[in-house]
Design a protein around this ligand. Structure first.
Ligand code: CUA
Length: 335
């Protein structure tokens, strides 16, 4: 008895553990994810009731089984009529259930894709294997680009335009919104909203190549003031290096092929093939959620990106051993 109870609680704990956390469609933290979760529970509830009814009727039929009829050709008209009524009723109920589920699904879809003009519009572009994020503003001076981490104000709808430059990716932050594809040559529009401050994890949900699994994205929801502070800091160009070693790091960065792919605003580096690194040090992760941000991880990544993300488009750059430390310190300091 004690064993079965222990087993039941362990089973429940492990089964439900997947339903919570920063990346779960069953732990909705915004109206769009709420629409999907509502739909999910309605379907689960209706299907559970139907399943239970089928099992009950089947069990009763088996339980009350009668012997074989002596002559199968002899029929009882009253009994036949009763059977017809019962079967007809259940066919009708099935049809009503299907129509009701379709209606719920339609209403859920409407809630999901209902977008309206908001204060904040982002454009997210999928790349193999990272996310480019443009904060659009009517004033071009206040538009800026970042990567792999989206910051939004909590309690406010944010419009997101989804595009891709290479193959099809899929934007999926389960706690906030359902999946939506990023398709080359086309723009899809969604809206997300986080009801409360917090960090929500998302993931590319369409197989896009070798490192599809390492294409994570973070959505960080702030209070309004915090968000404005973050935005103003991201709009600014990089802070000039404050000491000799970081100065050396910037010199190395600008003399290497890094500048062909990466931008650091405030320097001559203006490549747009890879992520904008102007404030890379302010991000929580590097390589699209693959490694936590730290000087050591930056160094490991620069020395051999193919070892950490085989198949990634970042090439191997020839560096002298003594160049690694200043370069990693320079990048880490780009807050
Ligand atoms: Cu991008 Cu999978």
């Amino acid at each position: 008895m004690r064993w079965s109870r222990a087993f039941a609680s362990i089973f429940a704990a492990t089964a439900l553990a997947g339903c919570q956390g920063w990346q779960s469609a069953l732990d909705p933290r915004g109206p769009k994810a709420g629409a999907i979760a509502d739909l999910f529970w309605i379907f689960v509830g209706v299907c559970a009731v139907v399943w239970a009814l089928v099992v009950i009727f089947l069990s009763v039929a088996v339980w009350r089984r009668r012997g074989e009829r002596p002559d199968p050709l002899v029929t009882n008209a009253a009994q036949e009529r009763r059977i017809t009524i019962v079967v007809g009723t259940f066919v009708g109920l099935t049809a009503i259930t299907l129509v009701a589920l379709t209606a719920f699904s339609y209403a859920g879809q409407k809630r999901l894709f209902d977008t309206h003009e908001g204060r904040i519009t982002l454009k997210i572009t999928g790349h193999q294997f990272w996310w480019e994020v443009n904060y659009e503003d009517p004033d071009p001076q206040r538009s800026f680009t970042t990567a792999n981490e989206i910051h939004i104000p909590a309690g406010e709808p944010v419009r997101i335009k989804l595009e891709s430059t290479d193959v099809i990716h899929s934007f999926w932050v389960p706690s906030l919104m359902g999946k939506q594809d990023l398709i080359p040559g086309r723009q899809n529009l969604i809206q997300i909203q986080a009801d409360r401050e917090g960090v929500y994890r998302g993931q590319c949900a369409e197989f896009c190549g070798w490192q599809h699994a390492h294409m994570g994205i973070l959505v960080i929801a702030h209070s309004k003031d915090e968000f404005e502070a973050w935005r103003n800091q991201q709009i600014s160009a990089r802070q000039p290096p404050e000491d000799e070693e970081r100065n050396e790091g910037e010199r190395i960065f600008l003399s290497k092929p890094c500048v062909m792919c990466h931008t650091v605003r405030g320097t001559s580096a203006g490549g747009t093939v890879g992520p904008d690194l102007t404030h890379v040090g302010s991000r929580q992760y590097i390589a699209a959620g693959t490694l936590p941000m730290s000087r050591g991880n930056l160094a490991a990544w620069i020395i051999d990106p193919q070892r950490i993300k085989p198949g990634v488009n970042m090439p191997l750059i020839k560096l002298d051993p003594e160049e690694v430390q200043p370069l990693a310190r320079y990048l880490e300091g780009l807050k």
